[in-house]
Design a binder for this molecule. Structure first.
Ligand code: FAD
Length: 256
């Protein structure tokens, strides 16, 4: 489905979806990748160039010996802070009539306004219409974003039966949200909840001027390139796409 709207000669013929890369290391004039395929088998791949399109708070642990080989880059990656999000996709067997893209669930004056408030009373904040582009006739998807913007938030995803705790806290919120879009509970086919849903880079003043973004964006050892919203600490699809185009052109030129 991803390929449908892409010109035939630009389709990603070699896309391997569902694979998780765990190690990226230099190997002569190539880059050696280790990944788990979708069956969980360990696989290797030797590449001329690599584009790391994932967030840098993960990438910095994947690149072998990064700290020694490129301390400035490693240090820049460490200065980057991200906010954790739980993401839930609610699959519906009914069309959602209400036309919206993102409903910001500010509700009332109890909306948490500080990290401390969120720690006491975190909740789903964005309800996005996951079917927005396709508009299927008899189905719908609601994508729910649940921010965890306090310093120790990631621990709540790891300890004290986190899966069950978050699922139980999600249930009443989901009832409420279904009411907003006027969809009955019986239309819910499945809820897919992702603990490590979608981290958001947090911008800080001065990170462009002090050169941190330059170190984040530039390639590692001229072979490993970086494309992600956190290249600029800016959570927007536009800068991700611009950097993707720049890097694609750069690599195409080198490959000749
Ligand atoms: C709540 C929320 C709301 C947002 N709303 C908007 C909005 O309205 N408009 C907007 O422009 N932007 C929005 N953003 C920002 C949005 O995240 C970006 O626009 C877009 O997703 C950035 O794309 P990306 O390719 O840079 O990163 P991502 O979409 O994060 O892609 C990174 C990919 O890397 C994969 N990955 C990670 N580790 C590995 C690994 N080891 N091996 C293989 N793959 C791996 C991940 O699975 C993921 O698919 C929002 C973000 C959040 C959190």
């Amino acid at each position: 489905a991803l390929e449908r709207d892409v010109p035939r000669d630009q389709r990603p013929r070699y896309l391997r979806a569902g694979c998780r890369v765990v190690d990226v290391r230099l190997h002569g004039d190539r880059v050696w990748l280790t990944y788990f395929d979708r069956q969980g088998e360990v696989r290797f791949l030797l590449a001329r160039y690599v584009v790391m399109a994932n967030s840098k708070h993960v990438a910095k642990y994947m690149i072998h010996d990064l700290e020694r080989l490129d301390w400035d880059k490693f240090n820049a990656m460490h200065q980057l802070h991200t906010g954790a999000y739980v993401v839930a996709n609610v699959l519906l067997d009914r069309r959602v009539q209400r036309d919206f893209y993102d409903a910001f669930l500010i509700e009332d004056e109890t909306f948490p306004m500080t990290p401390g408030d969120f720690e006491l009373n975190s909740r789903v904040v964005d309800m996005v219409s996951g079917h927005y582009a396709a508009r299927p006739r008899s189905r719908g998807v609601l994508t729910l974003y649940w921010p965890l913007p306090w310093p120790s938030a990631r621990f709540t995803l790891l300890i004290n039966q986190p899966w069950q705790t978050y699922a139980q806290r999600l249930a009443p919120q989901l009832h409420h949200m279904l009411g907003i879009v006027d969809v009955p509970l019986s239309a819910v086919r499945q809820v897919r909840m992702t603990r490590w849903g979608h981290a958001m880079p947090l911008s800080q003043i001065g990170m462009i001027a002090n050169g941190v973004c330059d170190h984040l964006r530039r390639p590692f050892q001229d072979r490993v390139f970086f494309v992600n919203q956190d290249n600029w600490l800016l959570p927007a699809v536009e800068n991700s796409l611009l950097d993707a185009r720049t890097v694609a052109e750069e690599i195409a030129n080198r490959l000749g």
